[in-house]
Design a protein around this ligand. Structure first.
Ligand code: VAH
Length: 313
């Protein structure tokens, strides 16, 4: 990976991936791409491009001699349910553009799928790599269709595209943008700001989660794995730890006894109910040695410490 393009560079994952990769290979070798101007502080090149415009992406690839693309630009689950047509256009059109541009080149592609590919009839516990996949959100449908597109481009055109099914991702640097798992970030911000949070899903809602440090490392590690080690070319189940909102609140109260979590479920409860409660990611652990580092305790400790500094200086 010498010259890296990150689409969705302003997003929750993109902004931290750019920083982490820039530290590894030099910021001069990182190009961010997004619909909006770069968010300060940034030190890499940044281009304002709509990923549904293939020729505009081609121009950036040629301009910077890109050899690796982390294609993160996407509408997430909650915002996708409010804008299903746009979710299809951006999520599927953007991915196909990137895969087409990689075709016939040596460009390697990383693309994040999601546990949203599972649906109401997928097993909820220890969800296996291969099982019923009946997503009932537009976001989940685009992620499952995207996985099949990645397999097709690998089989038919030898595009070296690699993918993981991310769980909910928790981070403090960039606020999340319209996902069902946003509650797992908002709860920390509200604990620091107001000592109280009203959660949009119920207390027993339990989903697979991952700290951003683990998420960024997983993307880099799968891209650095030997080609033969990446045996699955749809997408790998990936997780760190599962917990309920009530368990999160209790963990925060160990640091902040006065914290209170209230509950007012909205449309996102139904989305969360359709997803697994915990994931079997043994294929990722066996094929390319995936290992998570953060659990609920260390996530909570780091989030509260970092947000205290971010919010109160
Ligand atoms: C979302 N954060 O909530 C994303 C993720 C598993 C959830 O794909 O839409």
């Amino acid at each position: 990976m010498k010259k890296i393009l990150i689409t969705g560079a302003n997003g929750q994952i993109g902004s931290e991936l750019a920083e982490n990769l820039g530290e590894q290979i030099g910021m001069k070798n990182i190009v961010g791409l997004d619909l909006r101007p770069a968010l300060p502080p940034y030190k890499h090149a940044h281009e304002i491009v709509d990923v549904t415009q293939k020729e505009a992406i081609r121009h950036i690839i040629e301009k910077y001699e890109i050899d690796t693309i982390f294609h993160l630009a996407s509408l997430l689950s909650a915002v996708g349910e409010k804008n299903p047509d746009q979710a299809w256009t951006v999520n599927m059109g953007g991915l196909k553009n990137v895969l087409d541009l990689a075709r016939g080149t040596k460009i390697k592609v990383f693309w994040p799928s999601s546990i949203a590919v599972f649906g109401p009839n997928s097993p909820k516990q220890n969800t296996p790599q291969n099982t019923i996949l009946d997503p009932n959100t537009m976001y989940g449908i685009t992620k499952r269709a995207g996985e099949l597109l990645c397999q097709y481009y690998f089989d038919k055109f030898d595009v070296d595209v690699r993918s993981v099914r991310y769980p909910g991702i928790i981070s403090y640097k960039t606020e999340p943008g319209g996902g069902t798992t946003d509650y797992a970030v908002e709860i920390f911000y509200e604990a620091i700001k107001n000592r109280v949070y009203t959660c949009f899903v119920g207390p027993e809602t339990r989903l697979p989660m991952m700290y951003m440090d683990d998420a960024v490392r997983s993307a880099i590690e799968i891209m650095q794995a030997d080609r033969e080690a990446v045996k699955l070319r749809t997408s790998y189940n990936l997780t760190a730890v599962s917990f309920s909102v009530a368990e999160m609140a209790a963990e925060i109260q160990k640091h902040m006894p006065e914290f209170k979590c209230n509950y007012k479920p909205d449309f996102r409860q139904e989305i969360a109910n359709s997803w697994p409660q915990d994931i079997d990611d043994s294929s990722a652990r066996e094929h390319w040695s995936w290992r998570h580092k953060y659990d609920l305790g260390s996530i909570t400790q780091d989030m509260l410490a970092k947000l205290e500094k971010k919010i109160h200086g």
